[in-house]
Design a binder for this molecule. Structure first.
Ligand SMILES: Nc1nc2c(ncn2[C@@H]2O[C@H](COP(=O)(O)OP(=O)(O)OP(=O)(O)O)[C@@H](O)[C@H]2O)c(=O)[nH]1
Ligand SMILES: [Mg+2]
Ligand SMILES: [Zn+2]
Length: 374
């Protein structure tokens, strides 16, 4: 039997509203699927069977959905007013059924798409699972991008190395990812050969919500079917040659899966190849050794691009900085600066002026040291 509790609803959310003031027909529901201004709602406690978004009642979203925890939330009137995983108040006795309010979120996972736009992935997540398939898909730098995205949401993370079938030597891959994972667990699994299932299931706590993230074809939907022990999600073949998927899953959907003690709520996502972080702090948190070196640089306005006396070349030389991680860090910060400039052209002018000043200072410094560049 589904209950609000088994779906992850708790007193922290309930405290956001005074139930006695609500219309008696008002219900608490969770958003399992969203398409334009329509959402599919998971509705305890009536649903005796495991619900699946296509069978769930649909409700319409008003142009403005107030946030119960923050009356001034600018998202209330945006396309992000309600996302998959959100808890909402709704009226099923309305025709059509309608969503009136959203509960404040415990967490919101957001990523930047390659065009620089911030996209919400899911709300009220308890665990974000990055999936990378053994073979062509493995990429440490792409994993670091995901880590930064997940850090921004403040949600615990996990890396699944999928398709760890017999004959694949996973040990060196695990070691390579653990070296950059900052304690995030790395777990090899094979749905095809039923390896790692117990370890995975023990990470799926009853009542918790878990997002599956990663490129198309890595086996996210297969994982859901494997854990559930039945075919819920459609899976698709990968291209021969580079193992890339064919974007079989086209929409985000929250799916209930039986785990010991109840249900876990798994958010299946369409595959995305490139993700961008949303803010600079989460990038700094993902590359702590870079931040340590930059702090040690004695020049206040240094661009760390090889000027005399800068701490970076020294750290690259003595191995405190790994060149690939330093390059990734710079690239991510450049991407963020570009996205910020795109959103706010005045920021670009300020930044340009800053660069000019830094160049002038570096030139003056080099001249002083008799190291003028020719
Ligand atoms: N060898 C092997 N193949 C697997 C395994 N898990 C999934 N696959 C295959 O990988 C392909 C892609 O699986 P999907 O589950 O559709 O991948 P997805 O990540 O959901 O892809 P999108 O929905 O496109 O984002 C299918 O052909 C699966 O059979 C595994 O453990 N081992
Ligand atoms: Mg899929
Ligand atoms: Zn420097």
């Amino acid at each position: 039997m589904l209950t609000l509790h088994s779906m992850g609803f708790g007193p922290d959310l309930l405290a956001q509203t005074d139930i006695s003031l609500l219309h008696p027909e008002t219900r608490v529901a969770r958003v399992a699927f969203r398409s334009h201004d329509q959402v599919s709602l998971l509705l305890p406690p009536e649903s005796p069977n495991l619900p699946h978004a296509p069978d769930c009642p649909r409700a319409r979203l008003a142009p403005r959905i107030p946030n119960l925890a923050d009356p001034h939330d600018p998202d209330a009137e945006s396309a992000h007013s309600v996302v998959v995983g959100d808890w909402v108040l709704c009226r099923l006795d309305h025709d059509p059924p309608s969503v009136s309010h959203r509960f404040g979120r415990r967490s919101l996972l957001r990523r930047r798409d390659p065009g620089g736009t911030v996209q919400p992935v899911g709300a009220n997540l308890d665990l974000a699972v990055v999936c990378m398939a053994m073979g062509h898909d493995l990429n440490l730098r792409r994993f670091e991008r995901w880590l930064a995205v997940i850090r921004d949401a403040g949600v615990p993370a996990m890396l699944l190395l999928t398709k760890a079938d017999a004959g694949v030597d996973v040990a060196p891959t695990i070691a390579a990812f653990e070296a950059v994972s900052q304690g995030v667990p790395v777990l090899p699994v094979s749905a095809a050969e039923n390896r790692g299932r117990d370890a995975l299931i023990s990470a799926l706590k009853p009542g918790s919500t878990i997002a599956l993230l990663g490129a198309s074809g890595v086996g996210k939907s297969t994982l859901i079917n494997w854990i559930a022990g039945r075919a819920i999600q459609e899976v698709g073949e990968v291209r021969s040659g580079d193992d890339r998927g064919r974007h079989t899953t086209t929409a985000r959907e929250l799916i209930a899966v039986n785990v010991p003690g109840g249900f876990a709520w798994i958010l299946d996502n369409p595959g995305v190849r490139q993700v961008g972080p949303v803010d600079a702090t989460s990038v700094d948190d993902t590359y702590p050794e870079v931040v340590t070196v930059l702090r040690a640089c004695r020049f206040r306005d240094c661009r760390h691009s090889g000027d005399q006396g800068c701490a970076v070349p020294q750290a690259l030389d003595d191995g405190r900085l790994e060149p690939a991680r330093w390059r990734s860090y710079q690239k991510l910060q450049r991407e963020l600066a570009w996205a910020e400039d795109r959103d706010d052209p005045s920021a670009m002018a300020t930044r340009r002026a800053g660069w000019k000043r830094i160049h002038q200072q570096a030139a003056a410094r080099n001249q002083l040291l008799g190291k003028g560049r020719r």
